[in-house]
Design a protein around this ligand. Structure first.
Ligand code: AMP
Length: 213
């Protein structure tokens, strides 16, 4: 399976991506995670990407496209892949035009709910698991249930930066919904409700696309 997850920040894509990639035994490629890792390690990529990420803007297309191209060629993508957070612009989408994508899922959620979720989001600094201090809290405050790592708030999950990220999403990424609808690949998934509810809706859509293959 080759899947793309589209949707604004905070819509729950990353949480669902982990589960779905596990289910289908495909590579889970989150360009945001790749870049945060580079920033943390202080690599040349990280140094370049940091200022764009901190301001809530997008990292230049060529940088992200080169990373994804390399990944897609690698052994881990042999069974397929799930792209979470890529493409985010039409130029990025065009860079995938020689690959047959099975399904593009657009996660739908109102802006108020997005802001509510993002300001309460916490991420494990070790294994990247996601929690929400209100809706999906860890068993012990500040500690990851999966690996015991420390939970932190992402720098770009502060309210001002969130607003900027949402504007950038509307301007740059939202047009891709129409782009993929025209190609007949788009499925919309309502992201309201519990993680398990969204997961069931998502599974229905993906099983349907598997049947169509
Ligand atoms: P995310 O974790 O997907 O919300 O990504 C965090 C940040 O990484 C974004 O706000 C962008 O600055 C950068 N980023 C992630 N994916 C991309 C992409 N496909 N194109 C450009 N910038 C990206």
């Amino acid at each position: 399976m080759k899947i793309i997850f589209l949707g604004p920040p905070g819509v729950g894509k990353g949480t669902q991506a982990k589960q779905i990639a596990d289910d289908y035994k495909i590579a889970n490629i989150s360009t945001g995670d790749i870049m945060r890792d580079a920033v943390q390690k202080g690599t040349p990529l990280g140094l370049e990407a940091k200022s764009y990420m901190d301001s809530g803007g997008l990292v230049p297309d060529q940088i992200v496209m080169d990373i994804v191209k390399e990944k897609l060629k690698s052994e881990e993508c042999r069974n397929g892949f799930l792209l979470d957070g890529f493409p985010r612009t039409e130029v990025q989408a065009d860079s995938l035009s020689d690959i047959t994508i099975d399904r593009v899922v657009s996660f739908e959620l109102g802006e108020e709910e997005i802001i509510r979720r993002l300001t309460k989001r916490r991420k494990c600094s070790s294994c990247n698991s996601l929690f929400n201090i209100e809706f999906h809290p860890p068993q012990k405050d500040g500690i990851c249930d999966n690996c015991g790592g420390a939970l932190t708030q992402r720098d770009d999950d502060k309210e001002e930066t969130i607003k900027r990220r949402l504007i950038v999403y509307k301007e740059e990424t939202e047009p891709l919904i129409e782009y993929y609808a025209k190609k007949g690949l788009l499925a919309k998934v309502d992201s309201n409700g519990e993680i398990e509810d969204v997961y069931s809706r998502l599974k229905e859509v993906l099983e349907d696309s598997q049947d169509r293959r």
